[in-house]
Design a protein. Structure first.
Length: 655
């Protein structure tokens, strides 16, 4: 015990006394550790200073006391924010009688008019440190207040007053607060504000509160030639978030052209506004705000929004009898959504001073209850849009489940030697270039093809009958289908998001089916599979159709082949008049002698292949036709048949 509390330890303690305890007063903690208050000293933190002052002006507007805000970026990194609100109080503070309320607000942490709930119903600056932090981190800050027809002014440097509160005279046509500041160059790595970033900040604030007008000004010398930021602009959007979403999705193809948008009161006071649409081929986004403050990390208001949409869509799926809707998750539904969400609530709780995430627990329930019924009505009021949205979400869910299944399979086989389907007769060449995989119908055709092939370069995979129609099947059925599993395993390149062209095992994939209607149907099913699950393989030109003959004509020592009825009549003319021509019809590839199959269909020197292509300009039309003929909606097939009934018997449909 003596060793523990005496000896060298006692000597060390003697050197650590009360003199070593440092007390930071006023705003000195902010200057010592700016990261604790604004997240750092980088470009994001620099622009956050403007956001803090702009949020204070917005609080005046949201409270109904200001109708316009001016944001000006001047030379030498000066920023000015002015509003026509009530103006910061300038009378002596009851607790600090030798200081005005203005000085207290700008020099004392956790001071302001947003704690008691009387001065502001909702506000973005609840923490009460915004203005004082900006003051602490500014080389110079100047403030003017117009109240009761009197103009007051005060200046600061690095958080400390450099003047007393001055009365500058009478003003009859001005009211509100003006804050002008320049960041401290000894704290920030880069003190140069970006005009485009500040302009976008101002524009988003104007969208978020439709009652305010924000006047933007920027010194022309600060805007680069290739920067589209205007020198001056008046930002006012009566449509609110609906205008915001329309601008953000302009030019993008939308699954739901009629946006789901609205506004509603919240149970706990305040209100919520939203606007959402779903994009077909573009990345989605969800921009959420609380009291006009952006919350990039989301929070409880975003949770309530997602929950309302997910529960509403699942309920609609149950209403229309679609059991697959139960597998949809919030990520499936919101992955392609372009959404704006804005809530105004009393006394919001944020994660950290930078307010990146809303943590008010009740907000999730308030937002969900306010939006859920309105989303239900929106879905039932437009069945066509609701059906498209449900199909979109289910498709994303099935893709997710397929990726998970592939990942599980990959993990299980990662340490094992590559397994190939038992029915696959592989070629001996290990290089992809020059190798071919023939996909044939049935074991009988597979047997003939295996005997007819070149074993070095040609592989054969027999499939049992007609494969699954992937355009109308669920993800569960696809994962359970052994024929598709064998095909995917033989190709080696994966499907969907797990696809990798580098892992493709063969240079050519050749669909070889009987030259009759059933064979054409099987070929169509296989092409649908490649179109939906392996489109890149098609785009890169790896998919082909073999052209086996349907007829053999022989006579007078001459033997020729015809692929269909029309070719049969042409080939007859190759025989001399009077020659007795024997015509035989092949019942299928399995009935064709291996030598004949090789000669007519598999020998690269004598065969004919059709390459399956996907021209970019025909993508939309092809997609529509595949969906109509192979998809889940029989009414589209019925309409196609009605429109093309006159020509379907006479000619092939060009897809």
């Amino acid at each position: 015990m003596n060793d523990l509390f005496g000896g060298t330890a006692g000597k060390a303690e003697a050197g650590y006394t009360a003199k070593d305890i440092e007390v930071l007063e006023g705003l000195e903690p902010v200057r010592r550790r700016p990261g604790m208050y604004i997240g750092g000293t980088d470009e994001n933190a620099l622009h956050h200073l403007v956001a803090e002052i702009l949020d204070n002006a917005m609080d005046e507007a949201v409270a109904g006391h200001a109708t316009f805000i001016e944001l000006t970026l001047g030379k030498d990194d000066w920023v000015t924010v002015r509003d026509n609100g009530r103006g910061i109080p300038v009378d002596p503070h009851p607790k600090f009688k030798d200081k005005s309320a203005l000085e207290v607000i700008l020099t004392t942490l956790h001071s302001g008019g947003k704690f008691g709930g009387k001065a502001y119903d909702t506000s973005g600056g609840l923490h009460g440190v915004g203005a004082s932090v900006v003051n602490a981190l500014s080389e110079t800050l100047e403030v003017e207040v117009a109240r009761d027809r009197t103009l007051y002014a005060m200046s600061f440097a690095r958080g400390k007053p450099t003047s007393k509160l001055l009365t500058k005279g009478t003003v009859n046509n001005r009211r509100g607060t003006e804050v002008r500041f320049r960041p401290d160059r000894t704290i920030f790595k880069d003190c140069h504000f970006r005009p485009n970033r500040l302009f976008r900040m101002a524009r988003s604030k104007a969208y978020l509160f439709r009652g305010v007008e924000i006047r933007w000004r920027c010194d022309p010398s600060l805007i680069a030639k290739d920067d589209p930021t205007p020198v001056e602009a008046t930002l006012h959007f009566p449509g609110g978030l609906a205008d915001f979403l329309a601008a953000a999705t302009e030019g993008k193809e939308q699954l739901t052209p009629r946006h789901f948008e609205g506004e509603a009161a919240l149970e706990g006071g305040g209100r919520v506004e939203w606007a959402v649409t779903w994009l077909i081929s573009s990345e989605g986004f969800l921009n959420a705000y609380c009291n006009t403050v952006p919350t990039p990390l989301g929070g409880t208001h975003e949770q309530g929004f997602r929950s309302a949409l997910l529960k509403g869509l699942r309920a609609y799926a149950e209403l229309v009898g679609n059991k697959r809707g139960a597998q949809v998750t919030g990520e499936d539904l919101m992955g392609g959504a372009a959404a704006m969400l804005s809530v105004f609530i009393r006394e919001p709780q944020f994660q950290g001073q930078t307010k990146d995430k809303l943590t008010t627990p009740e907000a999730a329930r308030w937002v969900e209850n306010a939006i859920r019924d309105r989303f239900d009505h929106w879905l039932t009021g437009d069945p066509e849009t609701a059906a498209n949205l449900l199909a979109f979400a289910i498709s994303r869910a099935e893709e997710r489940l397929a990726r998970r299944e592939q990942a599980t399979t990959a993990r299980k086989t990662a340490t094992r030697k590559l397994r190939l389907p038992g029915k696959l007769a592989d070629c001996s060449r290990e290089e992809r270039d020059g190798s071919e995989l023939f996909i044939v119908e049935g074991d009988s055709a597979g047997g003939s093809a295996k005997q007819a092939r070149d074993r070095e370069t040609q592989a054969v995979l027999p499939l049992r009958g007609k494969i699954l129609n992937v355009a109308s099947a669920t993800a569960e059925k696809m994962r359970a289908n052994q024929e598709l599993k064998d095909l995917i395993e033989a190709l080696g390149c994966g499907t969907g998001n797990a696809f990798s062209l580098e892992r493709l095992r063969y240079g050519r994939i050749i669909i070889m089916t009987d030259a009759d209607v059933d064979g054409a149907h099987i070929a169509a099913l296989l092409m649908t599979f490649f179109w939906r699950e392996l489109p890149e393989l098609v785009r890169k030109g790896h998919l082909f159709l073999a052209r086996p003959p349907l007829f053999r004509l022989s006579g007078a020592g001459l033997t020729v082949y015809a692929q269909d009825e029309a070719a049969l009549e042409r080939e007859r003319k190759r025989f001399k008049p009077g020659t007795k021509v024997e015509v035989s019809r092949f019942k299928g590839l399995g009935e064709m002698p291996p030598a004949t199959l090789r000669e007519t269909t598999m020998d690269p020197k004598r065969r004919t292949l059709l390459r399956v292509t996907m021209p970019p300009e025909q993508f939309a039309r092809t997609q529509d036709i595949v969906e109509a003929l192979m998809g889940r909606r029989p009414e589209l097939r019925f309409a196609f048949i009605q429109e093309n009934a006159a020509t379907l018997d006479a000619e092939a449909v060009d897809v």
